[in-house]
Design a protein. Sequence first.
Lengths: 242, 242
Amino acid sequence: MVTRLRDREVVTLTADLVILTIREGELCLLLVERANEPFKSRSALPGGFLRAGETIEETALRELAEETSLDGLPLHLEQVGLYSAPDRDPREPRVVTCSFLAIAPNLPVPVAGSDAHAARWVPVRDVDRLTGGLAFDHAAILADALARARTKLQYTTIATAFCAPEFTISELREVYEVVWGVEVDRPNFHRKVTDADDFVVPTGKKSSKGTGRPALLYRAGTARVLHPPMVLPAAPESVVDG
Amino acid sequence: MVTRLRDREVVTLTADLVILTIREGELCLLLVERANEPFKSRSALPGGFLRAGETIEETALRELAEETSLDGLPLHLEQVGLYSAPDRDPREPRVVTCSFLAIAPNLPVPVAGSDAHAARWVPVRDVDRLTGGLAFDHAAILADALARARTKLQYTTIATAFCAPEFTISELREVYEVVWGVEVDRPNFHRKVTDADDFVVPTGKKSSKGTGRPALLYRAGTARVLHPPMVLPAAPESVVDG
DNA sequence: GCAAAAGTGTTTTAGCTACACCCATGT
DNA sequence: ACATGGGTGTAGCTAAAACACTTTTGC
């Protein structure tokens, strides 16, 4: 069968971002309020349209820069999946979106919303209670990105992307506890992280925050895979795209 | 900034498939010969255009059905990534592709090529030697899909997707050895697989193929994640999209 | 000194590795 | 009988879990 032109549907492509960070011990997500129809004034993931000459990754990075004040920070950005249900967006031409998982350190400024729409950090566990829920299929996109983040904490070093350039082992442990929602044994975590090959490297400096013994400061190492992996107690049914 | 229509580029979407199977102890890949420009008569991944009303998964399944004779078989199909470099395809409108990893049991018929183009199984390690290499960015797409398959063998039960509905433990072990390119200790593998929770379930039947003691036959269990994971000896730098 | 947080040691247990060994079938 | 592949047992090692303990700071 020869492919005929009428078999192809032209679409517009968007990049939608699940931008995660940790604020005050809570896993938070950046949401915007939609300024236009469809789903006007509903909460949605930040995102935008692919422009001529750019890759979808460049679209995602551009939107990320517009929504947050991160510039050259040690950011993690990865594709999660393509969402293409024909009825996911009523606009014409059809809108298909590529979702991205972005992980950011806690930003001092809540959000520098340069656009008209209000951008804000929302605790992930409060998302269900948003009036009307998320726009489009963004609830499903969020769930998949969260699952990806949770599994990737196990086998990769992305946990450091939640931290400032210099961080303590306890801050890194908090990442696991907050994202997984479980307690992690402090002494064993310390050993495991410092023993792992190039996960974290000591800076020599100390933290000196508040009471208690000052913690040593570390920065992220060059390792991308975590060997051996960090395993969470109960088996997580959280392997995405499978 | 308000999004203007001229900022959006319309694109056509394709699904490209990395269909893997094991034939005669070799990891093989389904390739087609392109019938049209661009890259006419070059080897390429099978794929096709998104049609109106279908999801990209349906596009992939439709192409898979056209290229192979699998019908309701226990097939594994998952998205790997979106490839959107502006110069990856010279056609207009711009062509962006979503790649899929498909894992199939060894099919008795090599390929039922219903289309004009010749489809054939090619050992993965021979792909580099193809005259001219693969069309488009398919070499990169293949590399990413292979990395995904190799890592997913560790933490998931997708290895059973390479096997017929009923299989022996040795056949399952061959999957790991062929995909990873390493030897796996037979006795330990047997224990690990049969001990894992619902990875494989015995059927009670025996194989009786050739000489030697007949092996018990198993079928795939319902577990999707493998706990504890199967680890390959040396750390693989093979975590994709990270 | 006391509370609080960081970091180290120790015991127990689970899982993996590397084999040796036995079992069931074809020739 | 013996070759061939399937399956089990076992000793030694490695790593993880649980928890006691020491160290360094602020008050």
